[in-house]
Ligand binder design. Structure first.
Ligand code: PEP
Ligand code: MG
Length: 606
């Protein structure tokens, strides 16, 4: 580790040959070190291709563009048809708008002109087109027209994705591990990235709990968020060194740095491998208290890695990734198949399936969720959106109920963002309706406990009355913290306020955990703080015994548990609660952990 500190102090300066070393700081969101080739996702928007076509290349480039455009058109047509059939005409309207933009003769004429007359490549022509439209739309005061710019952007992005696919043979220089550099990693892009061997992720936007960070952590990939303007500094093919604990990235470091960081990278892998050897042991404190360590997953690959890391079940399956990865609405049978696969990957274990949690930073156009809201996290999202589309919601409930056949009590249904008692009653009545429908159709289903995510301060305040209508509670601290602190979890400008160790957050958590424990109601915490050593110790001290986290954190937390007694955790909590700021609490708890389990401080990003 001394090696890192030595490098840290020398990085912002010139090296021995006088070359300026570029280090950019961001927010550390997923620990670890990675050295790899940069892959700038959608750099078309920031780094236009400067290559000029030779005379003999023009026809092939035109054909390449037209193939990509036709494939984009085909995507849109099939998505529109399926959404029309399964959700409704109104919801499919957005795809029609995109098809119209794509077919617009001026659109194609301009791109052809740049390729033929100016010898620009197809991606560079699309970049030019976006620049022209942006200038044009920016001049208008009409809010509606300005919003259409996002649609143009979407269409250009879709064509460019196909262009990249057409280009694939040319991307051989990216064979091998890459560090993705993206503006903001959209959940729908995760699937595409899955085809690459991703070693690290750097984003321009986002924070500790944005979805890029969650995905990176769930895969154990080092990541940094909030590095503003990085896409202007880095281009595909550059060598990047990413330090996911210190939260910095070095662009084209020298040979000495590369070798030092490669060594660190190997050490990090070694530590992870070593810890993963405890996968078959129970998570138990030094004084013999068993703790439940569950996994947060987004797809089947995560479910498998949860098993490999020693998770005792799935505490949170974010089903929206199934919808986001799907080109259109997954129907009941498709959902059932997906849930069964996840359940089969976790035999003998509990699997908690969360109903659709879309909105906020995750959007799907076919639910009419296309217009930007002024305050998306406070708006039409999550369970609110599911209630608005009852048939759609019932389909998901039916699929979850059916997936539980032969697994009584093992599959649990959980609803996100519950704010009021009435909402939870409504969920209950929809579950009953789904059961009646299945009975009438003679379709089998099992007994499924129904629970709520506690993510809204209003629900935290009235949790005692809500316990009557739920079978279990899972605290979604990522959202709870942002709502409590009135600070958008994805906005780097205010993310310093979203501190899991801040006194108000700890007070609310302690009170909810105590209320649930007194009522003997099962309570878990499934926010990102569950996997952070300092936060974990405090939660254990509060009486929490069930935690759900990114699979990559399970081995280290299990190791931490085995070094602690409950009495120690309670004492650390008591002393921490006497401190007034999150910085003091953090320093104090980290110091205590360094004494108890010195190697684990490395894995803490709180
Ligand atoms: C949370 O809010 O803590 C949570 C686990 O849900 P998500 O991060 O998917 O919003
Ligand atoms: Mg949430």
């Amino acid at each position: 580790m001394q090696l890192t500190n030595w490098h840290l102090s020398s990085l912002c300066h010139e090296d021995l040959t006088g070359k300026l070393l570029v280090m950019r700081k961001g927010i550390a969101v997923s620990p670890g070190v990675a050295v790899g080739t940069a892959y700038c996702v959608h750099e078309i928007f920031v780094n236009p291709d400067t290559k000029r076509l030779e005379d003999g290349e023009v026809t092939a480039e035109l054909a390449r563009y037209e193939t990509a455009r036709d494939q984009a058109g085909e995507d849109l047509r099939s998505m529109r048809k399926k959404v029309e059939a399964q959700v409704g005409q109104e919801e499919a309207a957005i795809f029609r708008v995109h098809e119209t933009i794509l077919r617009d003769s001026a659109f194609t004429k301009k791109v052809r002109g740049w390729i033929v007359n100016d010898r620009l490549t197809a991606p560079a022509s699309l970049h030019e087109l976006l620049r022209e439209y942006t200038k044009l739309f920016e001049r208008t005061k009409d809010e509606y027209l300005r919003e259409r710019l996002n649609d143009v952007r979407d269409v250009i992005l879709r064509i460019s994705t196909h262009l990249t696919e057409v280009l694939k043979p040319g991307l051989t220089s990216l064979d091998g591990p890459v560090v993705d550099v993206v503006d903001e990693l959209l959940p729908s892009q995760v699937v595409a990235l899955g085809q690459l061997d991703v070693k690290g992720i750097v984003t321009q936007r986002g924070s500790q709990t944005s979805h890029a960070a969650i995905i990176a952590r769930s895969r154990g990939i080092p990541a940094i968020s909030g590095v503003r303007g990085i896409l202007r500094q880095v281009k595909t093919g550059d060598t990047l060194i990413l330090d996911g604990r210190a939260g910095h990235v070095i662009i084209n470091g020298d040979a000495e740095q590369l070798s030092a960081y490669r060594k660190l990278e190997r050490e990090f892998f070694h530590l992870k491998d070593q810890l993963a050897e405890n996968r078959d042991q129970l998570a138990m404190t030094l004084d013999g208290v068993e703790v439940e360590l569950l996994a947060n997953i987004n797809n089947l690959a995560d479910a498998k890695s949860a098993g490999a890391m020693g998770a005792q079940g799935i505490g949170l399956y974010r089903t929206e990734y199934l919808y986001l990865a799907h080109p259109d609405v997954p129907d009941e049978e498709e959902q059932l198949k997906d849930y069964r696969q996840i359940i089969d990957a976790s035999p003998e274990h509990q699997v908690t399936i969360r109903t659709l949690d879309i909105g906020g930073d995750k959007t799907i156009p076919y639910l009419g969720h296309t217009h930007q809201e002024a305050n998306p996290f406070l708006g039409w999202r999550s369970i609110r959106l599911s209630f608005e589309h009852p048939e759609f919601f019932i389909t998901q409930i039916r699929a979850i109920l059916r997936s539980s056949v032969g697994k009584a009590g093992q599959v649990r249904l959980m609803c996100p963002m519950i704010t009021t008692l009435e909402e939870m009653r409504r969920v209950r009545s929809m579950v009953r309706r789904a059961q009646r429908l299945l009975d009438a159709e003679g379709k089998e289903y099992g007994k499924v406990p129904v629970g709520m995510m506690l993510e809204v301060p209003a629900a935290a305040v009235s949790i005692d009355s809500m316990l009557e209508v739920v079978d279990f509670v899972s605290i979604g601290s990522n959202d709870l913290i942002q709502y409590l602190m009135a600070a958008d979890r994805d906005n780097p400008k205010v993310s310093h306020l979203c501190q899991p160790l801040s006194p108000p957050v700890l007070k609310v958590l302690a009170s909810v955990i105590q209320t649930c424990n007194e009522a003997k109601k099962s309570v878990t915490l499934c926010g990102e703080m569950a996997g952070m050593p300092s936060a974990f110790v405090l939660l254990l001290g509060m009486g929490l015994r069930s935690f759900s986290m990114s699979p990559a954190f399970i081995p280290s937390i299990k190791d931490l548990v085995s070094h602690l007694t409950i009495e120690q955790a309670e004492l650390i909590l008591k002393q921490a609660m006497g401190l007034r700021t999150h910085a003091h609490i953090r320093r104090f708890v980290r110091k205590r952990i360094a004494e108890i389990a010195p190697n684990l401080a490395l894995l803490d990003t709180t």
